[in-house]
Design a protein around this ligand. Structure first.
Ligand SMILES: [Zn+2]
Length: 185
């Protein structure tokens, strides 16, 4: 059984509003000064005797003595275990964090984006030419490829140029836009 880190539990207690949660559950809250009162869900209550204090994010019932944190509230109102309550409420912290994250600037990719070396709307012939040019350039820039040509006695620039020799090191695929992505994303 996974244990929850203490800071997760502390964050739930501090950040997940008990007032908002009770409202979302459909309880009618009556403002009482800085606090909110409601008919206690945990005993037969005709007058609102359960008080939620937003400042401490705690509840306390003067009728039956029930009280505690937002986690205790969820355990008691839903009839679930501590672990289950934390599991549910943890998502509420996450929801807050991810909405904050969405507002902050998106982390830029660390790999600089290179221009796409072939035009994606070209016809087959143009595409083939683009690919040949791309791998030809790759060959000219690759020490590895040049070493290979030299070892085979083919390192003649004229010959390389004439036959548009290329080095297909599969890097082209890395530079094409993904099919399942919009270009530029
Ligand atoms: Zn009560």
């Amino acid at each position: 059984m996974a244990r929850f880190a203490n800071d997760v539990i502390e964050r739930i207690k501090a950040e997940v509003s008990l007032v908002r949660l009770a409202e979302n559950q459909g309880y009618a809250l009556v403002k009482q000064g800085k606090d909110f009162a409601l008919c206690c869900p945990f005993h037969e209550d005709k007058t609102p005797s359960c008080v939620i204090t937003p400042k401490s994010n705690l509840f306390n019932c003067f009728g039956c003595g029930a009280g505690g944190s937002v986690i205790d509230w969820v355990m008691k109102t839903q009839g679930i275990s501590f672990r289950h309550a934390v599991e549910l409420l943890k998502n509420d912290i996450g929801a807050i964090s991810s909405s904050l994250a969405a507002e902050s600037p998106v982390k830029k990719a660390t790999v600089p984006k290179l221009p796409v070396p072939v035009s994606t709307d070209a016809n087959d012939h143009e595409l083939l030419r683009d690919v040949v040019n791309y791998y030809h350039d790759t060959l000219l820039q690759s020490l590895e490829a040049n070493a290979y040509l030299e070892s085979r006695g083919l390192n003649d620039p004229e010959l390389i140029n004439h036959f548009q020799l290329g080095y297909a090191n599969r890097t082209l695929g890395l530079r094409l836009p993904f099919k399942n992505r919009k270009s530029g994303c």
